[in-house]
Design a protein around this ligand. Structure first.
Ligand SMILES: *Cc1c(COP(=O)(O)O)cnc(C)c1O
Length: 252
């Protein structure tokens, strides 16, 4: 049985997650202390009233995986009325034929899952038709750090090439950072999560070879089971769903 979450449950869940983030921040090494991790509340398969509840508690960044669901929620009258400053993150696999749907979402803030040059090219080409004049669409490059076939993302060895392409050829995009999902079920007691270590290494190599400041390249890593561990390892963007909104029904 999945317990039906109430608005009060969500507010409490959110407060607990924020407290854990704060505590994890204090356990980080000194050079990471200045970075404040951003919480993305992953609301996929969860109803609008729970999003409004989290928004009412001060949460602004929300993540969705499915294009159609994002479109529906972002255009929902209650959301448009009550959540004017909402910032949507698209965190699912994006097919090129659905790019325009995502770009036309009201308050689209960041596409975290750019997993090919071709997708970057399409986003870059089409953004001016949807975004405010002269604005840039924020994106992250998704890296497949675990090497699992079913996961999307570029291989770590391609990070520099794809980043270079985005920085030099995509004037309508702003590169926020790198993102990984990683293997499920890793036990942090076995040491630092290899996916998080890998993403950080990708960032450090990238910064060295393209002469970028690492503080300007975000790391999106960590979900409900491991966001505290991810923050300790340098995550600046955690995507947390079930710890805030409760367990999800299976997608039908
Ligand atoms: C569903 C999802 C999350 C959140 O997962 P939880 O374990 O519920 O916190 C984070 N990132 C991505 C890409 C997801 O698909």
């Amino acid at each position: 049985m999945i317990k039906k979450m109430t608005e009060a449950d969500v507010k409490q869940g959110l407060r607990i997650v924020l407290k854990k983030i704060e505590d994890a921040c204090r356990r980080r090494s000194p050079e990471l202390q200045a970075l404040e991790p951003q919480l993305v509340a992953v609301s996929k398969l969860k109803p609008v009233d729970l999003i409004v509840a989290a928004y009412g508690e001060g949460q602004r960044h929300f993540g969705e995986n499915y294009v159609q669901e994002l479109e529906e929620k972002a255009n929902n009258e209650v959301i448009l009325e009550k959540c004017k400053e909402i910032r949507w993150h698209f965190i699912g696999h994006l097919q090129k034929n659905k790019v325009n749907k995502v770009l036309s979402v009201p308050n689209i803030h960041l596409v975290e899952t750019v997993d090919s040059k071709k997708l970057a090219e399409t986003l870059n080409k089409n953004w001016p038709k949807f975004g405010p004049p002269d604005s840039k669409l924020k994106i992250m490059i998704q890296v497949n750090t675990s090497g699992e076939e079913e996961k999307s993302g570029i291989v770590p060895a391609e990070v520099c090439t794809v980043t270079n392409y985005v920085l030099n050829e995509c004037r309508n995009l702003h590169l926020e950072g790198l993102m990984t999902i990683g293997k499920f079920g890793y036990n942090p007691e076995d040491g630092p999560n290899p996916d998080f270590v890998c993403l950080k290494r990708c960032r450090d190599e990238l910064c060295q070879s393209l002469n970028l400041d690492w503080k300007n390249v975000a790391l999106s890593m960590g979900m409900s089971d491991d966001f505290e561990h991810a923050i300790e390892l340098g995550s600046t963007n955690v995507r947390v769903g079930s710890s805030i909104f409760g367990h999800r029904p299976p997608k039908t």
